[in-house]
Design a protein around this ligand. Structure first.
Ligand code: PLP
Length: 429
């Protein structure tokens, strides 16, 4: 049974009844945090008990999730992603304890599925038949899939000009797609108003207080995967900041329950063209100064992070680090990860690795420490930017002579030893 006790404003601490739909604080407008009665969970939260639990994400962690027993959304096999050791990149960088948690393997190719399954379960619990959100890509596709699975209607709002390849997944899953003549902020505001008027359940990241709870299962799984001794550093590519805050919450909870002795230091990596959290944190002032996002890493192209405060607090509490990386560094990391470890990440998802390279080289992260990077989403979702760091294959005549010509000029040798000197040079966009 869920041990959820209340919803509490992250800023002014006002509390709200979790059995009613509330998105943000009516007093100060800030996001809400789900609070649990941990004493009710303590007895059952034993390492051996958790290791022996099987089933879906909701079933395994039900007591620490905000879902009631009888209204759980049908899952699609989300979560339970592997933590893989990166020996080749580790050799090149001189970091023998480098890992990635490969979230590209979630049902729609992105960690957001962990949050969507919770949001859809809440919609069912609240008796809503239609779920909605504003997004330009991954969150929309994820919602469309889980709504289809649960036989709910979904409405996804996207700003005009959103590339079709980004919304094609949502189209096939059968979402109602509303294209808005306006930017992301206007689209978002319209969606909020529509949810209020038509009774649609708002599943948007940050304003839906329950989504974060799904993301904390990344931390739960890591505790188990690292034999209850989680890594020294957990590196998260960051846009709205929901994932970073969710993962940190998971570690904090398992620490509080006595399941782990030490918590990791959290690292937020943003694209240098959209890094308001990095700027604020490095000035140590929890005030958001929005920017106009300018980066090819679409998933983290957020100029006004909607979970700013939760993310900022997570960095503070974990003695964390925030760093930004350029688009060239991101594309180079994407290629490095694919060529050396066989993992195809979208640019936003590869940003964490670019950040690790930078932080190891400037000495912030000690090379011997245990580092785990969250690879948030699959490169298949954004094929266009993937090809920026690679050359397109040549077409030849069907003759051996033609084949010899490519062998001589372009076939790349597999690189066993990698370091940053091997990073490809990126042509100017
Ligand atoms: C949404 C997303 C992010 C950013 O997560 P936030 O919770 O917004 O910080 C990073 N990578 C991918 C692939 C995403 O889809």
């Amino acid at each position: 049974m869920s041990a959820m006790s209340t919803l509490r404003c992250v800023r002014c601490k006002k509390e709200f009844d979790p059995r009613k739909i509330t998105y943000t604080c009516d007093q100060c407008g800030e996001t809400l945090d789900v609070v649990y009665d941990y004493s009710a969970v303590a007895e059952k939260a034993q390492r051996s008990e958790l290791e022996n639990r099987h089933g879906s994400l909701c079933e395994r962690y039900r007591d620490l999730l905000p879902v009631s027993d009888n209204a759980v959304a049908p899952g699609l096999g989300e979560g339970q992603t592997p933590a893989l050791k990166c020996n080749t990149i580790g050799d090149g960088l001189g970091t023998p304890n480098l890992y990635v948690k490969d979230e590209t393997r979630n049902p729609t190719g992105v960690f957001k599925d962990r949050a969507t399954v919770i949001a859809v379960a809440k919609a069912i619990e609240f008796g809503r038949r239609t779920v909605a959100l504003a997004s330009t890509g991954n969150a929309a596709a994820s919602l469309a899939a889980y709504a289809a699975r649960a036989s709910l209607q979904s409405v996804v709002f996207v700003p005009e000009g959103t590339p079709m390849q980004k919304v094609s997944q949502s189209i096939v899953y059968g979402a109602n797609i509303v294209q808005v003549r306006g930017d992301y902020d206007q689209t978002f505001d319209l969606m909020v108003e529509a949810c209020n008027q038509f009774g649609w359940y708002n599943c948007s990241p940050a304003v839906n207080p329950f989504r974060t709870e799904g993301k904390k299962t990344i931390a739960y799984e890591m505790c188990e995967q690292f034999n209850w001794n989680p890594p020294d550093w957990v590196v998260v590519p960051t846009g709205n900041g929901c994932n970073l805050a969710g993962i940190w919450k998971g570690f904090k909870e398992f620490h509080r329950l006595g399941l782990i002795q030490e918590t990791p230091r959290m690292v937020a990596i943003q694209a240098s063209g959209a890094d308001p959290l990095v700027s604020a944190y490095n000035k140590k002032v929890a005030v958001l100064e929005p920017v106009k996002a300018n980066t090819l890493a679409g998933a983290i192209a957020i100029g006004r992070p909607r979970n700013f405060l939760k993310a900022f607090i997570s960095l503070e509490e974990s003695d964390g680090v925030a760093e930004s990386v350029t688009d060239d560094e991101i594309v180079a990391a994407q290629v490095l990860l694919a060529r050396n470890e066989g993992i195809f990440a979208e640019p936003g998802a590869a940003a964490g690795l670019a950040g690790i390279i930078k932080l190891v080289e400037d000495g912030t992260i000690d090379r011997k420490e245990r580092i785990c990077c969250i690879i948030t989403g699959s490169g298949l979702k954004d094929p266009e930017s993937a090809l920026r760091g690679s050359s397109k294959p040549l077409i030849i005549e069907p003759t051996i002579k033609g084949l010899r010509a490519i062998r001589e000029c372009t076939l790349t040798k597999p690189t066993r030893h990698v370091c940053t000197a091997f990073l490809p040079t990126i042509a100017p966009h």
